[in-house]
Structures are given as structure tokens and as C-alpha cells.
Design a protein around this ligand. Structure first.
Ligand code: IPE
Ligand code: IPE
Ligand code: MG
Length: 246
């Protein structure tokens, strides 16, 4: 029996896809009397650690919400600091991904970013595309409604050009037009820092996802907290609208 802080790791069913809304960087900074950007910098370190932890635990897909379509509303200073961190961590992530057999994928509308960031994103994806371990998905300039809107535009274009028949539109076909095409729906969604809302994250994909909220601020999140969330997920009775097994 492999015990970790009282949790029997061998008995734990590891969810295939874990999605995270990392929240609380600003509150963490405030609690430590630091500027908000320091909270974001700490948050980036937590993302790096979580990628490695997820890969070691055998999670197949990890999707984190890095920057929402609504986050542009923040001050120029904060958005600028986030972009700088993004530039720096993209380079580090390439090394981490290569060392851990991680495939990186970005979802969201990347073309709103500066050209060098777009180039960095493309490079991260192309240089890790053949890795067979964890798929690490980063949602940047991502908003679920924006994603659905873009998918509807593509679908209607294909209907107009005759490539697609309206009768052939199915749920799985709609899924294949979303940024998350080829990625299974999340089994577990974790949100840090206590807020109980989706904030425009994976609305279509989370139709039957189990939700776990922790009060911990994202910079304080760690492997033990991840295992606690998975342990809690193991107690859930996933019914998908059918009958309970109990
Ligand atoms: C999450 O932390 C990171 C991003 C949304 C980019 P916040 O910046 O939202 O932190 P709080 O919610 O203000 O504490
Ligand atoms: C959600 O967090 C977006 C990201 C984690 C990138 P927010 O802090 O932006 O969400 P709200 O404003 O509290 O809903
Ligand atoms: Mg927040």
C-alpha cells in the first residue's frame, strides 16, 4: 500500500482530464503585502510544479485557465505584467515539457497577442506535438462564449460552402469545431480561492464535470492539494443523468 499523508495512492482512481481555474494570485499578494504582479509570478511557479505533479500522477490532460477574454479589462500595468510573465514562462515551459514528455496545446484566440507571443505559442505546440505523456492545455485569451461563437462561424461557413449538411450537425460534431477538439471533456474541475463560479470557462465541455472548490490561493496550491481534490473526486457518484449506483 502506497500511503501519502494517509491517502492510499494505489486505490485512487486518477481522472483522465483535470481542468483548473487558477484564482487568488491577487489576494495572495495582498495577504503578503506584495504587488499583484508578484502574486502572478508565484502563480506561474505553481503552474510549473502542477504540470510536473500531474504528469507524475498519470493524469492524461491538464487544462489551466491562464488569461480570460475578460481579463483585458484589468489595468494596463497588470495586463503588461502578465504578458511579460507569459513570455518568460513560455521559454521555461518548453524545457519542462521536453524533459517530462509533455505535449503543450493552447486554446483561446491567440492572435490578439503580440507577434512574439504568438510565435512562442506556435513553437511550444510544434516542438512538443509528438510527446506522448501529459497533454498540458493552456487557456489564454480564452472565453467559452468566444470559443462557441468562433465555432458557430466555422460551422455556418462550412454549411454555406456545401461542405456540411445542417442535418449532420451533432453534439460530437460541434465538439470537433471547438478549440478543445480531440481533447476529452474534463472529469474534474478545480477552482482555487473559494469563488463558486465558472467565469466563462469550458461551458460546453463541463456539462458533466465534477466541481471541486478550495479556499487555498493559487500560489499556495501544491501536490497534496491536488491529491486531496482527486480523493474527493473519488467519492463522487457520477450519474450522467442516469440512475445512481448506490
Ligand atoms: C488569477 O488570479 C490569475 C488571473 C486571472 C490572470 P487573480 O488575479 O484573479 O487573483 P484575485 O482573484 O484578484 O485574487
Ligand atoms: C478566471 O479568474 C480567469 C482566470 C483564472 C484566467 P478571474 O479572477 O478573472 O474570474 P472572476 O472575475 O473572479 O470571475
Ligand atoms: Mg480572480
Amino acid at each position: 500500500m502506497l500511503l501519502m499523508r494517509g491517502i492510499d495512492m494505489e486505490q485512487l482512481k486518477i481522472p483522465e482530464h483535470v481542468a483548473i481555474i487558477l484564482d487568488g494570485n491577487g489576494r495572495w499578494a495582498k495577504a503578503h503585502n506584495l504587488p499583484r504582479k508578484m502574486g502572478h509570478a508565484e502563480g506561474c511557479k505553481t503552474v510549473e510544479r502542477t504540470v510536473e505533479d500531474a504528469a507524475r500522477l498519470g493524469i492524461k490532460y491538464l487544462t489551466v485557465y491562464g488569461f480570460s477574454t475578460e481579463n483585458w479589462k484589468r489595468s494596463e500595468e497588470e495586463v503588461g505584467a502578465l504578458m511579460q510573465l507569459f513570455r518568460y514562462y513560455m521559454k521555461r515551459l518548453l524545457k519542462i515539457a521536453k524533459a517530462n514528455n509533455v505535449r503543450v496545446k493552447m486554446i483561446g484566440e491567440r492572435n490578439r497577442f503580440a507577434a512574439d507571443i504568438v510565435e512562442g505559442i506556435n513553437r511550444l505546440e510544434s516542438e512538443t506535438k509528438d510527446n506522448t505523456g501529459l497533454t498540458f492545455v493552456i487557456a489564454v485569451n480564452y472565453g467559452s462564449r468566444d470559443e462557441i461563437c468562433r465555432a458557430v462561424k466555422k460551422i455556418t461557413t462550412d454549411v454555406k460552402s456545401g461542405k456540411l449538411n445542417p442535418e449532420d450537425i451533432t453534439e460530437s460534431m460541434i465538439s470537433s469545431y471547438l478549440d478543445t477538439a480531440q481533447i476529452p471533456d474534463p472529469d474534474l474541475l478545480i477552482r482555487t480561492s473559494g469563488e463558486i463560479r465558472l467565469s466563462n470557462y469550458l461551458l460546453w465541455q463541463c456539462a458533466y464535470t465534477e466541481i471541486y472548490i478550495t479556499d487555498i490561493y493559487w500560489p499556495d496550491f501544491n501536490k497534496h492539494e491536488l491529491i486531496k481534490a482527486i480523493e474527493n473526486y473519488n467519492k463522487r457518484d457520477r450519474r450522467f443523468g442516469g440512475r445512481t449506483n448506490n
